[in-house]
Design a protein around this ligand. Sequence first.
Ligand code: ADP
Length: 206
Amino acid sequence: MSDQIKNASSNVVWHHATVTRERRQQLNEHRGALLWFTGLSGAGKSTLAHAVEEALHQQGCRTFVLDGDNVRHGLCSDLGFSETDRKENIRRIGEMSKLFVEAGTIVLTAFISPFREDRSRVRGLCQHGDFIEIFCDSSIEVCEQRDVKGLYQKARQGLIKDFTGISSPYQVPDNPELIAPTGSETLEACVAQVIAFLGQRGIAKF
Ligand code: ADP
C-alpha cells in the first residue's frame, strides 16, 4: 500500500499557495494545532474533546473533532481492526489532521490509539509544537464501571477480541503534553485544564 502511494505521488509537483498557513492564522486570530486525546475506551476522550471544542468555539476559534463516527464510516470505512488496519487508520487520521492544522484549524481527535509508535508517528508528521498529546487518565476499573457502550461486558464474555485494556495492551504515553484526570475529576475541571494549557502555549488568547 505505502509503496503504491509513494510511486503514485513521485511526479506530483507542489503548487505554492499565496494564502499561507500564517495568513489563515492571522485571519482566525489563533494558531492551528492538533489536540490528540488518547486513553482507554470510556476514559472520556470524546466527551472531553467535544466539551473543549464547545469552549473553544464559544471563544471564536475554528475547530473540528475527528472521532470514530466521522472517520470509520467514511475515510477509513475500508479498514478493520487488525494490527495493520489500526496502524493505517491512525496514519490517515494523522495525515488528515495535518491538513486541518495547515488550514488554521484546532483539530481535536478522540481515538484510543493504544500504541506509542503510532502516536509518535503522527507527532513526527506535525511541525514542532503543533501536536499536543492529551492522556485521558482513567483506570480500567473506572472505565469498566462506566461501560458507556457495553463493550467491556462483551469483551469479558469473549465476544470482542483484541479489546484494549482486556485482551490487547494500552501503552500509557511516556511524555504527554497534558494528563487530564478524566477518571477522577469533573469534566469541567478537565476542560479548564486544557483551555489553560492552550492559553499558556499561545495557541489562542483567552
Ligand atoms: P471515550 O471516548 O474515551 O471512549 P466517552 O467520552 O465516550 O469515552 O465516555 C466517557 C464517560 O465518562 C461519559 O459518560 C462521561 O460523561 C463520563 N465522564 C465522567 N467524568 C468525565 C471527565 N472528567 N471527562 C470526560 N468524561 C467524563
